[in-house]
Design a protein around this ligand. Structure first.
Ligand code: FAD
Ligand code: SF4
Ligand code: SF4
Length: 462
C-alpha cells in the first residue's frame, strides 16, 4: 500500500494516563496531521462520502479548504449543513456513515472525515469567528422542547431564519445526552458548552428546569404567544432485562449511572463526592455506545470491569473506535452471553450475575442473527455493581394530556419523517422522540428538516 493510502492516525492519550481520570482520550489532529489527511482526498466528482452523511455536509469542499489552509472557510462549509461540528466530528458513527462510503476505503484506508471535521471546528473555538448572517426579524415566536442535538439544531436554524426562539429544558444544564450521557473523556463538557453558547449567540433563549407537560402544558405554550412548537425531548427512559433480582442494590440503569457521573461531576473525583457506587467488580450489560461509555466510566472510578454482550464483537452497535479504546483501557468482554438472574447477599446488595451462553439463530427484522439461549450453559460471575445498558425509550411526558398527538406503544411521537409535522396543528417533532434511540446526527438532521417546515408554515401564515 502506498504512503498516500495510509490514514493519519488520531493522536491519543496514553492508556495509563487515561484511566487515572476523565481527560479526553482522542487528542485531535495537529495542523500537520490535518493537512496530510486532507491531501489524500481525491476530491471525487460524485462523492460517495456525502451520500453517507445524513445531513449532506459538502465533504470534498470543506476538505479542500483545509488543504488550502483556510480553516475558517472549512468550518463555514460544514456549518451550512451541520450546526454542531465539534460534536459530530467526535461522536458520529463515521464508519457506518461518511467515512464508511469513502471510495478510498475499498482498496485502502478511507479519509478520516470525522477527525478533519473536528479539526476545523476546534480551530474556530480558539478564534471565536464564523458567525452566520441572520435574516431580518419575522416577529414570529417558536418554543423548542428539549436542548439535545435535535432541539439545539432546530433552534439555531429557526433563529437564523429570523424567528424568536425559546428552548425549554427539563434539566438544569442544556445539551441533552451530549451533556448528561456522553462522558467527558469522549466529549468534553467545554465543547458542548461552546456549541450551546454558539446557538445562544444567534439570539436563542434557553430556560432550564422547565418540564413541558408538567410545569407548562403543551397547549399553554400557544397561550403564551408562541406561533409553533418543536418537540425534541429525546429517549431518556431506561430499558431493563426483566430478570429476577434486577431490583437489588448496586444495580443501575446506564442512564442513572451516567447522569450521576456527568451531572454530579463524579468525573472530577475526588474533588466532588458524588453518590455513585464504584465496586471492585463491575458488570455492564449491553453492546452499544451507552454500554461502552458506562464500562469506561466504571473503570475510571476503580476496579475490574466486565462487559457482557449477547451477540458477537462484530455485531456490536458501538462505534468501533470506542470498542478499541475500551479494550486498550482494560475492559473485559464476554460475548454471546446474557444475564438470567442477579444474586444478592442478605443485605440486598448484588453479589453475582448468573448468565447463560447464546447461540445465533436466523436473522431477525434488523438483519442481525437472532440470539438463542443454549440450555444448560449457565455460569456465574462476581459483581458488586451492575449497569444495565440495553437501550433507552422515549418519554412522551411533553405531550401528556394532549390527545391530538399520537404516541406509539413504544413511546415515540407520530410525526412526518420529512417535515416533523405531528397530528396537532403547529406542533412538530424530531430526534429520538420520533425515531427512538438513534444517533446525534440523525437528531440534527430531523431538527433541521423540521425547522425548514416550521419556517415554511410560519411564512405561509403571514
Ligand atoms: P436528547 O439528546 O435526549 O435531548 C432531549 C432533551 O430533552 C434532554 O435534555 C431532556 O432533558 C429534555 N426533555 C425531555 N423531556 C422534556 C420535557 N418534557 N420538557 C423539557 N425538556 C425535556 N449517538 C451518536 O451519534 N454517537 C455516539 O457516540 C453516541 N453515544 C451515546 C452515548 C450515550 C450514553 C447515550 C445515552 C446516547 C448516545 N448516542 C450517541 C445517542 C445520541 O446521543 C442521541 O441519539 C441524541 O442525543 C438524540 O438527540 P435528541 O435531541 O433527540 O435527544
Ligand atoms: Fe460525517 Fe457526521 Fe460530519 Fe456527516 S456530520 S460528515 S456523518 S462526521
Ligand atoms: Fe474524498 Fe473519500 Fe469523499 Fe472521495 S469519497 S471526496 S476521497 S472523502
Amino acid at each position: 500500500m502506498s504512503q498516500m493510502k495510509t490514514q493519519r492516525p488520531m493522536p491519543k492519550l496514553p492508556v495509563d494516563e487515561r484511566i487515572k481520570g476523565f481527560r479526553e482520550v482522542a487528542l485531535g489532529y495537529t495542523v500537520e496531521d490535518a493537512l496530510a489527511e486532507a491531501e489524500r482526498c481525491l476530491q471525487c466528482k460524485v462523492p460517495r462520502c456525502v451520500e453517507g452523511c445524513p445531513v449532506g455536509v459538502d465533504i470534498p469542499k470543506f476538505i479542500r479548504s483545509i488543504k488550502e489552509r483556510d480553516f475558517k472557510k472549512a468550518l463555514e462549509i460544514i456549518r451550512e449543513r451541520n450546526s454542531l461540528p465539534a460534536i459530530c466530528g467526535r461522536v458520529c458513527p463515521q464508519e457506518d456513515q461518511c467515512m464508511g462510503r469513502c471510495v478510498l476505503g475499498s482498496k485502502g484506508e478511507p479519509i478520516n472525515i470525522g477527525a478533519l471535521e473536528r479539526f476545523a471546528a476546534d480551530q474556530e473555538d480558539r478564534r471565536k469567528s464564523s458567525m452566520p448572517k441572520l435574516a431580518p426579524k419575522t416577529g414570529k415566536k417558536v418554543a423548542v422542547v428539549g436542548s439535545g442535538p435535535a432541539g439545539l439544531t432546530a433552534a439555531a436554524e429557526l433563529a437564523k431564519m429570523g424567528h424568536e426562539v425559546t428552548i425549554f429544558e427539563a434539566l438544569h444544564v442544556p445539551g441533552g445526552v451530549l451533556t448528561y450521557g456522553i462522558p467527558e473523556f469522549r466529549l468534553p463538557k467545554q465543547i458542548v458548552k461552546a456549541e450551546v453558547e454558539y446557538v445562544e449567540s444567534l439570539g436563542v433563549k434557553i430556560e432550564t428546569n422547565v418540564i413541558i407537560g408538567k410545569v407548562i402544558k403543551l397547549n399553554e405554550l400557544f397561550e403564551m404567544g408562541f406561533d409553533a412548537v418543536f418537540i425534541g425531548s429525546g429517549a431518556g427512559l431506561p430499558t431493563f432485562l426483566g430478570v429476577p433480582g434486577e431490583n437489588l442494590n448496586g444495580i443501575y440503569s446506564a442512564n442513572e449511572f451516567l447522569i450521576r457521573i456527568n451531572m454530579m461531576k463524579a468525573y472530577e473525583f475526588p474533588r466532588y463526592d458524588t453518590p455513585v457506587k464504584s465496586g471492585k467488580k463491575t458488570v455492564v450489560v449491553g453492546g452499544g455506545n451507552v454500554a461502552m461509555d458506562a464500562a469506561r466510566c466504571a473503570l475510571r472510578l476503580g476496579g475490574d470491569v466486565t462487559l457482557i454482550y449477547r451477540r458477537t464483537e462484530e455485531l456490536m452497535p458501538a462505534r468501533r473506535e470506542e470498542v478499541i479504546n475500551a479494550k486498550e483501557e482494560g475492559v473485559k468482554f464476554i460475548f454471546l452471553a446474557t444475564p438470567t438472574r442477579f444474586i444478592g447477599d442478605e443485605k440486598g446488595w448484588v453479589r453475582k450475575v448468573e448468565c447463560v451462553r447464546i447461540g445465533l439463530g436466523e436473522p431477525d427484522e434488523t438483519g442481525r442473527r437472532r440470539p438463542v439461549t443454549i440450555p444448560g450453559s449457565e455460569f456465574t460471575i462476581d459483581a458488586e455493581v451492575v449497569i444495565i445498558a440495553i437501550g433507552q425509550r422515549p418519554n412522551p411526558l411533553a405531550v401528556r394530556g394532549e390527545e391530538r398527538i399520537k404516541v406509539t406503544p413504544n413511546g415515540t411521537i407520530v410525526a412526518d419523517q420529512e417535515t416533523g409535522e405531528t397530528e396537532m396543528p403547529r406542533v412538530f417533532a424530531a430526534g429520538d422522540i420520533v425515531t427512538g434511540d438513534a444517533t446525534v446526527i440523525s437528531a440534527i438532521g430531523g431538527g433541521k428538516r423540521a425547522a425548514k417546515a416550521i419556517h415554511e408554515y410560519l411564512s405561509r401564515k403571514g
